[in-house]
Design a protein around this ligand. Structure first.
Ligand code: 5GP
Ligand code: ZN
Length: 119
């Protein structure tokens, strides 16, 4: 496990390979894997390897890390054949948004039309 990883964090454990995941993308900063309970035909979680609680806890110094997540989303959308038809990127923050895992993650959802505003 990386130095900054938290032993009780589900996504730190997934990144460390202690819990299996269906990986779709990895680079030095980012790890991405399929959501275990998909909300769309494609539902990928894009996470920084470094533990940050959520996007609200990101700081100016994390700018390159946040850009790396967005660049990974672009790459994954192309890999999944979604670049032309479109997809949705979601950051859940806090209880009203239903955040359940407190390791920053970007949801990439696609493969079906999605209502706006979301329910
Ligand atoms: P949140 O609600 O915090 O924005 O999203 C957390 C997501 O993590 C949920 O969509 C949930 O289905 C997913 N998730 C929870 N536990 C696991 C797991 O063990 N493996 C994978 N692949 N996804 C998980
Ligand atoms: Zn973590």
């Amino acid at each position: 496990m990386a130095d900054d990883a938290q032993a009780d964090c589900l996504f730190c454990r997934i990144i460390a390979g202690e819990i299996p995941s269906d990986k779709v993308y990895e680079d030095t900063i980012v790890y991405a894997f399929r959501d275990i309970n998909p909300g769309a035909p494609t539902h990928v979680l894009i996470v920084p390897k470094r533990h940050i609680r959520d996007v609200a806890a990101a700081e100016a110094a994390d700018g390159a890390l946040l850009l790396a997540l967005l660049q990974a989303a672009n790459t994954i959308a192309q890999q999944e054949g979604l670049a032309d038809r479109g997809y949705r990127l979601v950051w859940n923050v806090g209880p009203d948004a239903g955040q359940s895992v407190f390791h920053l993650h970007l949801h990439l959802l696609g493969g079906r039309p999605m209502a706006w505003p979301p329910g």
